[in-house]
Write a protein that binds this ligand. Structure first.
Ligand code: URP
Ligand code: ZN
Ligand code: ZN
Length: 457
């Protein structure tokens, strides 16, 4: 029997094992996997000496993002092409409406933009900023009829995106009833607001003051707060972009009390420390995100959390704002610097270089954190996140021997800098397939425009 496409002789990572063999795709679907090989196809790709991974899933991405008085600079074409060349075949974008916007209209707006531009597959977490009767009814409808299975709350960003405790409680009760997940940005919004005002009044205006304005205890407090509400309501929660041991500890304690809590780390927190945000001549603004980059010791705490399973997933929190003209909005005050460190293209190579090749995590942890666990947590498994017969033909032939440095010149995102410029890079997604079609080759996008599909969950 001959298949459409056969990937030959690579080390294949199925959900339960890894072995050298062949993998066959027919149409958009994985049709056969044979340990030892022996499959034949009309098109054949040699993967000997390479890994064959399931297509990676980024569980935390911003593309269309009106935020802090400006708009993120990528569109769905640029962000998803950057994702694909980095090995990411599915992403979960945060829909971030403003406080007056209706959830249904926001869902339609974001979905239409993605339909017009996305080159990889996608689904959404819907931010809940208002929770009146109109919003409640629309949210129920989106869960029942549009396959929305996860929501986002901001405990940070006072006066902009943050949710009141009344609304948080009611939303989490509804989430429990509907069996959907609440993802949450956890920082105490009032504490951050007060610290920011105090620092600015003292003339501390540069990007190096961003971290002191929202120290570790502020994040740990936010996690504790969310977990208390999860304990009260029984809702399942997912803490995004956890940056430090203190926050992780609060999540672990809550889990020991029986609360359903999952933890995400994001690529910038795993490889950059706060000295980047302290770089002179406003260069530090490139490294302003929230929660902020921390002391170097926190990076090890995050890698340890991944290695021992307390952290389940690795996303990016890709939030692309140009240095020129956008980050520069905060030249007079760090509170006006749009938050975000883009990494949608670099995520898997960063995790491979600074996690696997550095001996901090193994390959199975990389596959789980960057693909399988996001699929399982967000109701896409085994359609996504698995090399298995019947799963979508999303896969990456990964060359672990590739050696280079990260360079903005190779970035497909529209953002005007790379936060990892000049850092060592070990490994590359050599070939990337989306539902059986070749979408990226050696760092170039070779797929179809707007071929991405919405995943109704
Ligand atoms: O700094 C960040 N994280 N920017 C994007 C918005 C958010 O908080 O996720
Ligand atoms: Zn956030
Ligand atoms: Zn985010």
């Amino acid at each position: 029997m001959s298949y459409d496409t056969v990937i030959k002789g690579g080390t294949i990572f199925t959900p339960t094992a890894s072995f050298v063999g062949d993998l066959a795709i027919t149409g958009e679907t994985i049709a056969a996997i044979a340990e030892g090989g022996g499959l034949e196809g009309e098109k054949e790709f040699d993967a000997s000496g390479k890994y064959v991974f399931p297509g990676f899933i980024d569980p935390h991405v911003h593309i269309h993002l009106p935020f802090m008085g400006t708009n993120a600079i990528d569109d769905h074409a640029s962000a998803t092409q950057a994702a694909l060349v980095g090995g990411t075949t599915t992403l979960i974008e945060m829909i971030c409406p403003g406080p007056d916007d209706e959830p249904r209209a926001a869902f339609e707006e974001w979905k239409q933009l993605a339909e017009e531009g996305a080159c990889c597959d996608y689904t959404f977490h819907l931010s809940v900023v208002r929770f009146d009767d109109v919003a409640k009814n629309q949210i129920r409808d989106l869960v029942a009829n549009e396959g929305v299975q996860s929501f986002k709350v901001f405990l940070a960003y006072k006066g902009a995106l943050n949710i009141s405790d009344d609304n948080l409680f009611a939303l989490m009760q509804m989430a429990r009833e509907l069996d959907v997940t609440i993802t949450a940005h956890c920082e105490n919004a009032d504490a951050v607001d007060l610290m920011q005002k105090q620092l600015l009044a003292e003339g501390k205006t540069g990007p190096e003051w961003h971290e002191p304005s929202r120290p570790r205890c502020v994040e740990a407090d936010g996690v504790n707060h969310l977990c208390a509400f999860a304990e009260l309501t029984g809702a399942s929660v997912y803490i995004v972009h956890t940056s430090c041991a203190a926050a992780l500890d609060r999540a672990i304690e809550a889990r020991r009390r029986g609360t359903r809590v999952m933890v995400e780390a994001v690529a910038p927190h795993l490889v950059l420390d706060k000295t980047y945000a302290e770089r002179p001549d406003f260069e530090g603004a490139k490294y302003v995100m929230s929660p902020p980059l921390r002391d170097a010791e926190e990076l090890d705490a995050l890698w340890d959390g991944l290695a021992d399973g307390t952290i389940a997933t690795i996303g990016t929190d890709h939030a692309p704002f140009n240095f020129r003209g956008q980050k520069e909005m905060g030249l007079e005050a760090f509170t006006q610097i749009p938050n975000g460190i883009p990494s949608i293209q670099e995520r898997v190579d960063l995790v491979h270089t600074y996690g696997v090749a550095a001996g901090k995590i193994d390959l199975r942890t990389l596959v789980n954190a960057c693909s399988t666990h996001p699929a399982q947590q967000f109701a896409m498994f085994p359609q996504k996140g698995a090399l298995a017969v019947g799963s979508d033909g999303d896969l990456v032939i990964y060359d672990p021997a590739f050696f280079s440095t990260f360079k903005h010149a190779q970035s497909l995102s529209k953002v005007d800098y790379c936060g990892f410029e000049g850092m060592q890079r070990k490994g590359r997604a050599e070939l990337v397939f989306l539902r059986g079609c070749l979408a990226a080759r050696e760092g170039a996008f070779v797929g179809k425009q707007a071929a991405g599909q919405y995943i109704s969950r």
